[in-house]
Write a protein that binds this ligand. Structure first.
Ligand SMILES: NC(=O)C1=CN([C@@H]2O[C@H](COP(=O)(O)OP(=O)(O)OC[C@H]3O[C@@H](n4cnc5c(N)ncnc54)[C@H](O)[C@@H]3O)[C@@H](O)[C@H]2O)C=CC1
Ligand SMILES: O=C(CO)COP(=O)(O)O
Length: 335
Protein backbone atom coordinates (compact mmCIF):
# COMPACT_ATOMS: atom_id res chain seq x y z
CA UNK A 1 0.00 0.00 0.00
CA UNK A 2 1.27 3.50 -0.83
CA UNK A 3 2.38 5.74 2.05
CA UNK A 4 -0.34 8.04 3.36
CA UNK A 5 1.04 11.59 3.17
CA UNK A 6 -1.99 13.87 3.27
CA UNK A 7 -4.39 13.47 6.19
CA UNK A 8 -7.75 15.20 6.73
CA UNK A 9 -8.94 15.85 10.28
CA UNK A 10 -12.66 16.46 10.84
CA UNK A 11 -13.20 18.37 14.07
CA UNK A 12 -10.94 20.96 15.72
CA UNK A 13 -11.80 20.54 19.37
CA UNK A 14 -8.97 19.70 21.74
CA UNK A 15 -8.48 16.19 20.35
CA UNK A 16 -8.63 16.99 16.63
CA UNK A 17 -6.15 19.82 17.21
CA UNK A 18 -3.76 17.61 19.17
CA UNK A 19 -3.98 14.94 16.45
CA UNK A 20 -3.28 17.52 13.74
CA UNK A 21 -0.14 18.60 15.62
CA UNK A 22 0.90 14.94 16.04
CA UNK A 23 0.46 14.35 12.31
CA UNK A 24 2.74 17.31 11.56
CA UNK A 25 5.32 15.80 13.93
CA UNK A 26 5.02 12.61 11.89
CA UNK A 27 5.78 14.63 8.74
CA UNK A 28 2.29 14.51 7.24
CA UNK A 29 0.42 17.29 5.40
CA UNK A 30 -2.68 18.18 7.42
CA UNK A 31 -5.98 19.80 6.56
CA UNK A 32 -8.17 20.41 9.61
CA UNK A 33 -11.90 21.19 9.46
CA UNK A 34 -13.25 23.40 12.24
CA UNK A 35 -16.94 24.14 12.71
CA UNK A 36 -16.30 27.58 14.18
CA UNK A 37 -14.97 30.32 11.83
CA UNK A 38 -13.08 31.92 14.75
CA UNK A 39 -11.22 28.64 15.32
CA UNK A 40 -10.24 28.48 11.63
CA UNK A 41 -9.02 32.07 11.87
CA UNK A 42 -7.04 31.53 15.09
CA UNK A 43 -5.32 28.38 13.75
CA UNK A 44 -4.47 29.87 10.35
CA UNK A 45 -3.42 33.33 11.55
CA UNK A 46 -2.20 32.88 15.13
CA UNK A 47 -1.22 29.18 15.12
CA UNK A 48 -3.33 28.53 18.20
CA UNK A 49 -6.70 27.00 18.96
CA UNK A 50 -7.73 29.64 21.47
CA UNK A 51 -11.21 28.14 22.01
CA UNK A 52 -10.47 24.48 22.62
CA UNK A 53 -6.73 24.07 23.35
CA UNK A 54 -5.35 27.48 24.33
CA UNK A 55 -1.76 28.23 25.23
CA UNK A 56 -0.06 25.83 22.81
CA UNK A 57 1.80 26.99 19.69
CA UNK A 58 0.66 24.86 16.74
CA UNK A 59 2.72 23.98 13.68
CA UNK A 60 2.20 26.81 11.20
CA UNK A 61 1.74 24.31 8.35
CA UNK A 62 -1.56 23.02 9.80
CA UNK A 63 -4.15 24.34 7.38
CA UNK A 64 -7.60 24.89 8.90
CA UNK A 65 -10.73 25.18 6.76
CA UNK A 66 -14.41 26.01 7.25
CA UNK A 67 -15.34 23.95 4.17
CA UNK A 68 -15.80 20.40 5.45
CA UNK A 69 -15.26 18.62 2.11
CA UNK A 70 -11.80 20.28 1.73
CA UNK A 71 -10.59 17.75 4.30
CA UNK A 72 -11.52 14.90 1.95
CA UNK A 73 -8.62 15.69 -0.41
CA UNK A 74 -6.57 13.22 1.62
CA UNK A 75 -5.14 9.68 1.82
CA UNK A 76 -6.95 9.08 5.13
CA UNK A 77 -9.46 11.05 7.21
CA UNK A 78 -9.68 11.20 11.02
CA UNK A 79 -13.21 11.71 12.43
CA UNK A 80 -12.88 13.69 15.68
CA UNK A 81 -16.32 15.16 16.38
CA UNK A 82 -18.35 14.35 19.53
CA UNK A 83 -20.14 11.01 19.30
CA UNK A 84 -23.68 12.42 19.18
CA UNK A 85 -22.75 14.53 16.10
CA UNK A 86 -20.89 11.80 14.20
CA UNK A 87 -23.90 10.72 12.12
CA UNK A 88 -24.82 14.21 10.85
CA UNK A 89 -21.20 15.13 10.12
CA UNK A 90 -20.64 11.89 8.16
CA UNK A 91 -23.89 12.49 6.25
CA UNK A 92 -22.43 15.81 5.06
CA UNK A 93 -19.23 14.06 3.97
CA UNK A 94 -20.71 10.91 2.41
CA UNK A 95 -21.61 12.23 -1.09
CA UNK A 96 -18.05 13.50 -1.67
CA UNK A 97 -16.06 10.77 0.13
CA UNK A 98 -13.25 9.61 -2.20
CA UNK A 99 -13.33 5.93 -3.19
CA UNK A 100 -11.53 3.65 -0.76
CA UNK A 101 -10.01 6.36 1.46
CA UNK A 102 -9.95 5.05 5.06
CA UNK A 103 -11.83 6.76 7.89
CA UNK A 104 -10.48 6.64 11.45
CA UNK A 105 -12.97 7.03 14.30
CA UNK A 106 -11.34 9.07 17.10
CA UNK A 107 -14.47 9.89 19.15
CA UNK A 108 -15.31 7.95 22.30
CA UNK A 109 -18.99 7.39 22.79
CA UNK A 110 -22.13 5.40 21.95
CA UNK A 111 -24.93 6.96 19.91
CA UNK A 112 -27.98 7.69 22.07
CA UNK A 113 -30.59 7.33 19.34
CA UNK A 114 -29.44 3.88 18.15
CA UNK A 115 -27.05 2.46 20.84
CA UNK A 116 -24.56 2.08 17.95
CA UNK A 117 -20.82 2.13 18.34
CA UNK A 118 -19.17 4.88 16.31
CA UNK A 119 -17.75 2.59 13.62
CA UNK A 120 -21.27 1.21 13.12
CA UNK A 121 -22.70 4.72 12.79
CA UNK A 122 -19.95 5.68 10.32
CA UNK A 123 -20.45 2.50 8.28
CA UNK A 124 -24.19 3.20 8.21
CA UNK A 125 -23.60 6.55 6.52
CA UNK A 126 -20.36 6.44 4.49
CA UNK A 127 -20.04 4.47 1.23
CA UNK A 128 -19.62 0.71 1.68
CA UNK A 129 -16.05 0.66 0.29
CA UNK A 130 -14.64 2.93 3.02
CA UNK A 131 -12.38 1.00 5.43
CA UNK A 132 -13.16 2.19 8.98
CA UNK A 133 -10.57 2.07 11.76
CA UNK A 134 -10.74 3.06 15.44
CA UNK A 135 -8.09 5.06 17.31
CA UNK A 136 -8.47 4.90 21.08
CA UNK A 137 -6.39 4.84 24.26
CA UNK A 138 -5.09 6.90 27.18
CA UNK A 139 -4.62 10.29 25.53
CA UNK A 140 -5.22 13.62 27.22
CA UNK A 141 -5.08 16.08 24.31
CA UNK A 142 -3.17 18.66 26.38
CA UNK A 143 -0.29 16.17 26.81
CA UNK A 144 -0.37 14.80 23.26
CA UNK A 145 -0.23 18.27 21.70
CA UNK A 146 2.96 18.97 23.69
CA UNK A 147 4.58 15.76 22.43
CA UNK A 148 4.60 13.95 25.78
CA UNK A 149 5.00 10.15 25.42
CA UNK A 150 1.69 8.42 24.62
CA UNK A 151 0.60 5.01 23.29
CA UNK A 152 -2.71 4.14 21.62
CA UNK A 153 -4.64 1.28 20.02
CA UNK A 154 -5.33 1.45 16.27
CA UNK A 155 -8.01 -1.15 15.60
CA UNK A 156 -9.39 -2.51 12.33
CA UNK A 157 -9.90 -5.88 10.61
CA UNK A 158 -7.60 -5.15 7.68
CA UNK A 159 -4.04 -5.44 9.04
CA UNK A 160 -2.59 -4.07 5.80
CA UNK A 161 -4.48 -0.77 5.95
CA UNK A 162 -3.99 -0.77 9.74
CA UNK A 163 -0.21 -0.93 9.29
CA UNK A 164 -0.28 1.95 6.78
CA UNK A 165 -2.30 4.07 9.24
CA UNK A 166 0.11 3.23 12.08
CA UNK A 167 3.01 4.34 9.87
CA UNK A 168 1.21 7.56 8.89
CA UNK A 169 0.27 8.59 12.43
CA UNK A 170 3.04 7.17 14.61
CA UNK A 171 6.04 9.01 16.06
CA UNK A 172 8.42 8.05 18.90
CA UNK A 173 6.15 9.95 21.32
CA UNK A 174 2.83 8.83 19.81
CA UNK A 175 2.98 5.07 19.48
CA UNK A 176 0.00 3.30 17.88
CA UNK A 177 -0.33 -0.45 18.53
CA UNK A 178 -2.34 -2.34 15.91
CA UNK A 179 -5.23 -4.54 17.10
CA UNK A 180 -7.87 -6.35 15.04
CA UNK A 181 -10.78 -5.71 17.44
CA UNK A 182 -12.73 -2.48 16.80
CA UNK A 183 -15.59 -3.51 19.11
CA UNK A 184 -13.33 -4.02 22.12
CA UNK A 185 -11.36 -0.84 21.41
CA UNK A 186 -14.49 1.26 21.07
CA UNK A 187 -16.35 -0.14 24.05
CA UNK A 188 -13.27 0.39 26.21
CA UNK A 189 -12.97 4.04 25.13
CA UNK A 190 -16.67 4.86 25.38
CA UNK A 191 -17.61 3.13 28.62
CA UNK A 192 -14.54 4.26 30.57
CA UNK A 193 -16.06 7.77 30.40
CA UNK A 194 -19.06 6.53 32.40
CA UNK A 195 -16.73 4.73 34.84
CA UNK A 196 -14.67 7.92 35.18
CA UNK A 197 -17.80 9.79 36.28
CA UNK A 198 -18.41 7.04 38.86
CA UNK A 199 -14.79 7.19 40.08
CA UNK A 200 -15.03 10.97 40.38
CA UNK A 201 -18.16 10.58 42.50
CA UNK A 202 -16.33 8.10 44.76
CA UNK A 203 -13.47 10.57 45.29
CA UNK A 204 -15.66 13.67 45.55
CA UNK A 205 -17.74 11.84 48.20
CA UNK A 206 -14.50 10.84 50.00
CA UNK A 207 -15.31 7.12 49.96
CA UNK A 208 -11.59 6.23 50.03
CA UNK A 209 -8.85 4.73 47.87
CA UNK A 210 -10.11 1.17 48.45
CA UNK A 211 -13.50 2.13 47.04
CA UNK A 212 -11.93 3.68 43.92
CA UNK A 213 -9.84 0.54 43.30
CA UNK A 214 -12.92 -1.67 43.76
CA UNK A 215 -14.97 0.55 41.43
CA UNK A 216 -12.34 0.46 38.68
CA UNK A 217 -11.82 -3.30 38.92
CA UNK A 218 -15.52 -4.10 38.90
CA UNK A 219 -15.97 -1.42 36.24
CA UNK A 220 -13.46 -3.17 34.00
CA UNK A 221 -15.34 -6.45 34.57
CA UNK A 222 -18.54 -4.70 33.43
CA UNK A 223 -16.88 -3.19 30.35
CA UNK A 224 -15.38 -6.55 29.40
CA UNK A 225 -18.73 -8.37 29.76
CA UNK A 226 -20.35 -5.87 27.40
CA UNK A 227 -17.53 -6.04 24.85
CA UNK A 228 -17.57 -9.85 24.76
CA UNK A 229 -21.37 -9.94 24.45
CA UNK A 230 -21.12 -7.56 21.49
CA UNK A 231 -18.51 -9.76 19.79
CA UNK A 232 -15.26 -8.14 21.01
CA UNK A 233 -12.26 -9.83 22.59
CA UNK A 234 -11.61 -9.77 26.34
CA UNK A 235 -7.86 -9.27 25.73
CA UNK A 236 -8.49 -5.90 24.03
CA UNK A 237 -9.92 -4.62 27.30
CA UNK A 238 -6.65 -5.46 29.06
CA UNK A 239 -4.83 -3.16 26.62
CA UNK A 240 -4.37 0.57 26.05
CA UNK A 241 -7.95 1.27 24.96
CA UNK A 242 -9.38 -0.66 27.95
CA UNK A 243 -7.44 -0.80 31.20
CA UNK A 244 -5.03 1.91 30.01
CA UNK A 245 -7.69 4.53 29.33
CA UNK A 246 -9.75 3.56 32.38
CA UNK A 247 -6.78 4.08 34.70
CA UNK A 248 -5.94 7.43 33.08
CA UNK A 249 -9.40 8.92 32.87
CA UNK A 250 -10.72 7.66 36.19
CA UNK A 251 -7.94 9.08 38.32
CA UNK A 252 -7.20 12.58 37.04
CA UNK A 253 -8.95 15.92 37.38
CA UNK A 254 -7.65 16.64 33.85
CA UNK A 255 -10.52 14.39 32.70
CA UNK A 256 -13.80 16.15 31.96
CA UNK A 257 -15.70 13.01 32.94
CA UNK A 258 -13.85 12.38 36.22
CA UNK A 259 -14.01 16.06 37.20
CA UNK A 260 -17.77 16.11 36.56
CA UNK A 261 -18.17 13.07 38.83
CA UNK A 262 -15.94 14.68 41.46
CA UNK A 263 -18.11 17.81 41.50
CA UNK A 264 -21.30 15.70 41.75
CA UNK A 265 -19.73 13.76 44.64
CA UNK A 266 -19.05 17.06 46.40
CA UNK A 267 -22.73 17.94 46.10
CA UNK A 268 -22.82 20.17 43.00
CA UNK A 269 -25.62 19.65 40.47
CA UNK A 270 -25.20 18.38 36.92
CA UNK A 271 -26.68 21.63 35.59
CA UNK A 272 -24.25 23.77 37.60
CA UNK A 273 -21.20 21.86 36.29
CA UNK A 274 -22.31 21.46 32.67
CA UNK A 275 -23.63 25.03 32.45
CA UNK A 276 -20.10 26.40 32.74
CA UNK A 277 -18.59 24.02 30.16
CA UNK A 278 -17.92 24.37 26.45
CA UNK A 279 -15.97 21.10 26.22
CA UNK A 280 -17.82 17.84 25.58
CA UNK A 281 -18.28 15.41 28.51
CA UNK A 282 -19.07 12.24 26.57
CA UNK A 283 -19.97 10.04 29.56
CA UNK A 284 -23.11 12.10 30.22
CA UNK A 285 -24.57 10.99 26.86
CA UNK A 286 -23.02 7.54 26.74
CA UNK A 287 -24.43 6.59 30.17
CA UNK A 288 -27.98 6.18 28.84
CA UNK A 289 -26.79 4.65 25.54
CA UNK A 290 -24.70 2.01 27.29
CA UNK A 291 -27.62 1.06 29.53
CA UNK A 292 -29.77 0.57 26.38
CA UNK A 293 -27.04 -1.48 24.67
CA UNK A 294 -26.53 -3.62 27.79
CA UNK A 295 -30.29 -4.25 27.93
CA UNK A 296 -30.31 -5.32 24.25
CA UNK A 297 -27.46 -7.74 24.94
CA UNK A 298 -28.77 -8.92 28.35
CA UNK A 299 -25.60 -7.80 30.14
CA UNK A 300 -25.68 -6.75 33.79
CA UNK A 301 -23.98 -3.33 34.18
CA UNK A 302 -24.83 -2.08 37.68
CA UNK A 303 -22.25 0.74 37.81
CA UNK A 304 -23.31 2.21 34.46
CA UNK A 305 -26.97 1.90 35.44
CA UNK A 306 -26.21 3.73 38.70
CA UNK A 307 -24.45 6.58 36.86
CA UNK A 308 -27.33 6.82 34.38
CA UNK A 309 -29.79 6.95 37.28
CA UNK A 310 -27.95 9.83 38.94
CA UNK A 311 -27.41 11.78 35.70
CA UNK A 312 -30.68 11.20 33.89
CA UNK A 313 -33.32 10.00 36.33
CA UNK A 314 -32.81 12.20 39.40
CA UNK A 315 -31.71 9.20 41.50
CA UNK A 316 -30.46 10.23 44.94
CA UNK A 317 -26.68 9.86 45.10
CA UNK A 318 -26.37 8.38 48.58
CA UNK A 319 -29.24 5.95 48.01
CA UNK A 320 -27.64 4.88 44.73
CA UNK A 321 -24.31 4.22 46.48
CA UNK A 322 -26.11 2.23 49.20
CA UNK A 323 -27.90 0.25 46.48
CA UNK A 324 -24.60 -0.74 44.85
CA UNK A 325 -23.02 -1.69 48.19
CA UNK A 326 -26.01 -3.86 49.11
CA UNK A 327 -26.04 -5.96 45.96
CA UNK A 328 -25.90 -9.72 46.68
CA UNK A 329 -22.39 -11.18 47.08
CA UNK A 330 -21.25 -13.16 44.04
CA UNK A 331 -18.25 -14.98 42.57
CA UNK A 332 -15.53 -12.64 41.31
CA UNK A 333 -15.25 -14.37 37.92
CA UNK A 334 -18.08 -16.13 36.10
CA UNK A 335 -18.01 -19.79 37.11
N1 LIG B 1 -9.93 15.94 24.66
C1 LIG B 1 -9.30 14.78 24.80
O1 LIG B 1 -8.30 14.68 25.55
C2 LIG B 1 -9.76 13.58 24.04
C3 LIG B 1 -11.00 13.54 23.41
N2 LIG B 1 -11.39 12.41 22.75
C4 LIG B 1 -12.69 12.36 22.09
O2 LIG B 1 -12.69 13.22 20.96
C5 LIG B 1 -14.03 13.65 20.68
C6 LIG B 1 -14.02 15.16 20.50
O3 LIG B 1 -13.67 15.72 21.75
P1 LIG B 1 -12.78 17.03 21.93
O4 LIG B 1 -11.89 17.24 20.76
O5 LIG B 1 -12.14 16.92 23.26
O6 LIG B 1 -13.89 18.18 21.92
P2 LIG B 1 -13.87 19.56 22.71
O7 LIG B 1 -14.64 19.40 23.96
O8 LIG B 1 -12.49 20.09 22.81
O9 LIG B 1 -14.67 20.51 21.71
C7 LIG B 1 -16.01 20.29 21.36
C8 LIG B 1 -16.05 19.96 19.91
O10 LIG B 1 -17.39 19.65 19.53
C9 LIG B 1 -17.65 20.27 18.29
N3 LIG B 1 -19.08 20.41 18.09
C10 LIG B 1 -19.98 21.05 18.86
N4 LIG B 1 -21.20 20.97 18.31
C11 LIG B 1 -21.07 20.27 17.16
C12 LIG B 1 -21.96 19.87 16.11
N5 LIG B 1 -23.26 20.17 16.16
N6 LIG B 1 -21.47 19.17 15.09
C13 LIG B 1 -20.16 18.84 15.03
N7 LIG B 1 -19.27 19.19 15.97
C14 LIG B 1 -19.72 19.90 17.02
C15 LIG B 1 -16.93 21.59 18.40
O11 LIG B 1 -16.76 22.16 17.12
C16 LIG B 1 -15.61 21.13 19.00
O12 LIG B 1 -14.76 20.64 18.00
C17 LIG B 1 -14.89 13.17 21.88
O13 LIG B 1 -15.57 12.00 21.50
C18 LIG B 1 -13.85 12.85 22.95
O14 LIG B 1 -14.28 11.84 23.83
C19 LIG B 1 -10.60 11.31 22.64
C20 LIG B 1 -9.36 11.30 23.22
C21 LIG B 1 -8.83 12.42 23.99
O1 LIG C 1 -10.48 10.29 26.48
C1 LIG C 1 -9.75 10.96 27.18
C2 LIG C 1 -8.43 10.51 27.64
O2 LIG C 1 -8.05 9.32 27.04
C3 LIG C 1 -10.22 12.31 27.64
O3 LIG C 1 -11.03 12.12 28.73
P1 LIG C 1 -12.11 13.22 29.14
O4 LIG C 1 -13.03 13.37 27.97
O5 LIG C 1 -12.77 12.70 30.37
O6 LIG C 1 -11.34 14.49 29.43
Amino acid sequence: MEAMQRIGVIGAGAWGTALAQTLRRAGRDVILWAREPEVVDAINHRNENTDFLPGVALDSAIHATEEITDALAADAVLLVVPAQHMRSVCAALAPRWPTGVPAVVCAKGIEQTSASLMHETVEDVLPADVPVAVLSGPTFAAEVVRGLPTAVTLAMDDAHVGRALVDAIGTPTFRPYYAPDRIGAEIGGAVKNVMAIAAGIVDGRKLGDNARAALLTRGLAEITRLAVAKGGRAETLMGLSGLGDLVLTASSLQSRNYSLGHALGEGKTLEAVMGGRKAVTEGVYTASAVVALAKDLSVDMPICAAVDGVLNHQADLDETIRGLLNRPFKAEHSI
